[in-house]
Design a protein around this ligand. Structure first.
Ligand SMILES: [Fe+2]
Length: 184
């Protein structure tokens, strides 16, 4: 199974595909909870720009909870140090405007002060459905297949939205890739 480890900082956004997916709909049955977006500066910028919704975030099921056994193969594909996972469900109407992540919890736990050491990958857990949207470093992404993933470094800007009528499911992986080998 190919591993996903970057060796270059030239690519802002790296695209990949897990060739043989092993999960079906298990992610739908997790007990998701919702937390406020943790970067108040971004939220105030969005509100100033005209976004009026009450919540900007999807629902999460993350490492503070029990790890489903079917997460283990992801650890082999994203063979990163300090591997952290979070399932993310965006219901219809959820719009997360363009932003850079702060990795506040991850950096706090691991004592990281330079977020450019941190990478994040998003794995699409279901095939694309109408109204599901993603954007990374200014490039739109739609019509993904189950098992497609993107990864970016540090403060790369990105956005996500669901203006469709079905839930949009992803797995977010955060970590510090081992040095100097390509994402394959
Ligand atoms: Fe984000």
């Amino acid at each position: 199974m190919a591993t996903a480890v970057p060796d270059t900082q030239a690519e802002q956004v790296i695209h990949g595909r897990i060739p043989a997916v092993w999960w079906t709909h298990e992610h739908r049955d997790l007990s998701y909870t919702n937390e406020e977006f943790n970067d108040r500066l971004s939220v105030s910028l969005w509100r100033a720009a005209g976004f009026t919704q009450l919540k900007f975030t999807g629902d999460m099921y993350d490492m503070r909870r029990q790890e489903p056994v079917w997460v283990t193969p992801f650890r082999k594909i994203f063979d990163w140090d300090l591997f952290s996972w979070s399932f993310y469900r965006m219901g219809p109407g959820t719009v997360l405007p363009n932003h850079g992540d702060t990795y506040a919890r991850f950096c706090g736990i691991h004592g990281i002060t330079d977020i450019q050491r941190v990478y994040r990958a998003v794995v699409f857990l279901e095939p694309w459905a109408g109204g599901h949207y993603a954007e990374y470093d200014g490039q739109p992404l739609v019509q993904w297949q189950r098992g497609d993933w993107v990864a970016w470094r540090g403060d790369t800007l990105h956005a996500a939205a669901n203006v469709g009528f079905t839930d949009r499911y992803t797995l977010q992986i955060t970590g510090v890739p081992r040095a100097n080998s390509l994402i394959q």
